[in-house]
Design a protein around this ligand. Structure first.
Ligand code: GAL
Length: 709
């Protein structure tokens, strides 16, 4: 329940700001997704939010986090939304709750529960009865969880967002789509949401529309005002950098550029902003969208462990300045001048005081002065001072686990569980319902000659490992494109009609060809299909999200002949045995005896003293030397690992001019992600580290690193 000393508050808005109890409030907000950290970390994250000068926290509520299986709702433990809200209230932090049902966020399936894909007659994100019924049912469970925390009930929630950036798909769904988002806003209100409902980048009658971006330009704000008279301009997503996807270098955004854009936004009459992300956190387990790395660092103000970054320490000084001067900014009379070179000067006057912001375009920097023309903030000087006083703590080796033991997955022919037989391969999600990344596809093929052979899969996703008679002969690389095109040329393909697409019609991004050497004869073909997350939005597959497919669902041909009679085995045998927690269910042997094996589970024990556990040290796993698979500690899923080299920018980067946005890249020649967050809360004195490795890589160089705060 909300802290007792808070009484009911009203939230309204005018063209300058949101008002809490009739007082305009400059929102200096930061996004923290509680689903991206264990609950033990939440207090530290919120304490730092407070220390770095925020007055508000935003979070998405991921539907699939709270309805992990159809009709199974979970608001406990790390999913305890009420507890997160309580911790915000305790610290006097307001909350913007971004309630979905659709979120995006580089989270698996944009937050939707994967079961939605297979609901009969469903079309997601538009006016469609089966979809609306599921949304209404979920919302009728969700809203009572957060209703007591609404400002009107004395709680911290001042704004509730429904849907997300509907403008991205509005064209596809036309009038039906508009009807759906208007219904969403009305549903929230019907269920008792009595604070303003907001919608970002795409709005509906009755909701306050807000804006997202790296920067919000003056021209855009003038247009926004014309289109939304009487509404404040709130920046729901201020991107302090960008997310990282497998196969590319990591991103970096210059903090000075961020500060300058904030000041220019405020100078042009912005009502407040929310860093997306303030704390990016981690996509533990299988929560990442397609291609998203396990880290969701986002170049944020706090790192994954909750420690302020240099960017955070620097921007904190701007937050203090802004909140101290909130009254003059929101109540004062403001004069804005722009000159021919694009430089902008804004001066507010209020109660005998003045405040001036000067934003210079080239080089892009800004300065804030008061009426005595004392410089209160200078983007360059404050930055140099922050750099000079910053002493970052460093990571050191804590231990290199020894005595690795191994258990190799049985090949599909050795498995004792029943296979699903079908003349054509069956699409993977219809078999796993996304409860696993993995599905084996097996068939007999007859090779007519000795030498090179060509295997073609017309529709497959995401990563295929091919074996002939148990021997690894090829691994595919996905296209590393976020927008990979429709999963079918007939757009609405699902598990029911997987084999109808002729090879010729396959979209390049799902088409894989393997050349391998083999002697002639009847051979066993096994393909391990592995998913690296479901898409986050329609545009990634150029069709409704319920056409998302994994595994193999098209024509399969070897040396020009169709392959018939497939057997599918969803899940790894180790997953079925719940190996990360029930390790004694199989016989392990020394890892030195399983050299060059693919598809192998490894385990080792790591000891940590009570003293270190009770300190506030951080831990991470250096996955150096591993290939691709999954990591676990004490039964907790740390996420997917993949040591794929990062090269260049993501192919679908949304910006054109990186100079303007202050974006650059991390070093070349390194894996996109080598280090993996190991939350202290999941550690104990004796720790069982478990790795599933798809490739011929062993964990000899894996080590646990420590950082003392
Ligand atoms: C926005 C979206 C967020 C997140 C962000 C990526 O367009 O609303 O959910 O995906 O992009 O940085």
């Amino acid at each position: 329940m909300p802290a007792e000393n808070i009484t009911s508050r009203t939230v309204t808005f005018d063209e300058r700001a949101f008002l809490v109890d009739g007082q305009r409030k400059l929102l200096v907000s930061g996004e923290i997704h509680y689903a991206r950290s264990p609950r033990e970390l939440w207090p530290l994250l919120l304490d730092h939010a407070k220390k770095l000068g925020l007055n508000c926290i935003a979070s998405y509520v991921f539907w699939n986090w709270h309805e992990p299986d159809r009709d199974v709702y979970d608001f406990s433990g790390d999913r305890d939304l009420g507890h997160f809200l309580f911790l915000c209230a305790e610290r006097n932090l307001d909350v913007i709750l971004r309630a979905g049902p659709y979120c995006c966020a580089e989270w698996n399936y944009g937050g939707y529960p994967p079961y939605l894909r297979d609901e009969p007659e469903i079309v997601i994100r538009t006016w469609n009865e089966p979809y609306l019924r599921r949304v209404e049912k979920y919302f009728s469970h969700l809203v009572p969880e957060f209703r007591p925390y609404l400002a009107s009930h004395g709680g911290p929630i001042i704004l509730v967002q429904v849907e997300n950036e509907y403008a991205n798909v509005a064209k596809r769904y036309g009038a039906e789509g508009q009807r759906y988002i208007a219904w969403m806003g009305a549903l929230a209100k019907k269920l008792g949401v009595d604070v303003p409902v907001i919608m970002c980048e795409g709005g509906a009658e009755g909701a306050v529309e807000t804006v997202n971006g790296f920067s919000i330009c003056r021209e855009g704000m003038i247009q926004f005002r014309k289109a939304h008279p009487g509404m404040p301009i709130f920046w729901t997503e201020l991107w302090p950098s960008w997310y990282d996807t497998w196969g590319f270098q990591r991103h970096y955004r210059d903090p000075r550029n961020i500060a300058s854009h904030i000041l220019s936004f405020i100078a042009n009459g912005g009502a407040g902003f929310n860093y997306y992300m303030f704390h990016g956190g981690t996509n533990f387990g299988r929560t990442s969208m397609y291609l998203q790395t396990t880290s969701y660092d986002f170049g944020a103000l706090l790192d994954a462990h909750g420690r302020p970054t240099l960017k955070g320490l620097y921007l904190a000084k701007l937050h203090t300045l802004l909140t101290r001067n909130a009254a003059i900014i929101l109540e004062g009379k403001c004069e804005v001048r722009t000159d021919a070179s694009g430089d902008l000067t804004a001066t507010w006057r209020h109660a005998g005081k003045s405040l001036t912001v000067v934003c210079q375009k080239s080089p892009f920097q800004a300065m804030v002065k008061d009426e005595k023309t004392s410089v209160l903030f200078d983007t360059e000087k404050v930055y140099s001072a922050t750099v000079a006083s910053h002493r970052p703590s460093t990571w050191k080796e804590f231990t290199t686990p020894k005595e690795w033991r191994a258990w190799t997955e049985p090949s599909p022919s050795e498995r004792t569980d029943d296979a699903i037989a079908s003349p054509a391969p069956l699409e993977q999600l219809s078999l796993t319902h996304d409860n696993s990344d993995y599905c084996w596809y097996s068939a007999e093929i007859k090779l007519e000659k000795n030498g090179d052979h060509v295997l073609k899969l017309s529709h497959c996703a995401d990563v295929m490992s091919v074996f002939i008679d148990g021997r690894p002969v090829g691994v595919s690389q996905p296209p590393f494109l976020e927008n990979r095109g429709p999963t079918s040329t007939t757009a609405n393909v699902k598990s029911a009609e997987p084999q109808v697409n002729p090879l010729e019609s396959a979209v390049g991004h799902y088409n894989q060809t393997f050349t391998f050497r083999s002697l002639k004869g009847v051979k066993r073909l096994d393909i391990l299909a592995s998913s690296i997350g479901m898409v986050k939005g329609d545009w990634m597959i150029g069709a409704s999200m319920n056409t998302e497919c994994k595994g193999i669902w098209g024509k399969t041909v070897c040396d020009g002949c169709s392959i018939k009679n497939w057997e599918m085995r969803p899940f790894l045998a180790g997953e079925k045995l719940k190996l990360p927690t029930a390790m004694e269910s199989v016989g392990w042997r020394s890892a030195s005896k399983v050299r060059n094996q693919t598809c192998t589970w490894y385990r080792s024990t790591v000891m940590i003293s009570k003293r270190i556990l009770n300190s506030n040290a951080d831990f991470r796993l250096d996955a150096n030397g591993l290939g691709k698979g999954m990591l676990f500690i004490n039964g907790h899923a740390l996420g997917r690992h993949w040591l794929v080299e990062g090269k260049g920018y993501g192919a679908d980067e949304p910006w054109q001019n990186i100079e303007v946005e202050g974006l650059s890249l991390g070093p070349t020649g390194e894996p996109t992600q080598r280090f993996y967050h190991v939350p202290r809360a999941w550690l104990s004195e004796v720790n069982e580290l478990v790795i599933f490795e798809e490739r011929q890589c062993a964990p000899a160089n894996v080590r646990l690193e420590i950082r003392k705060a």
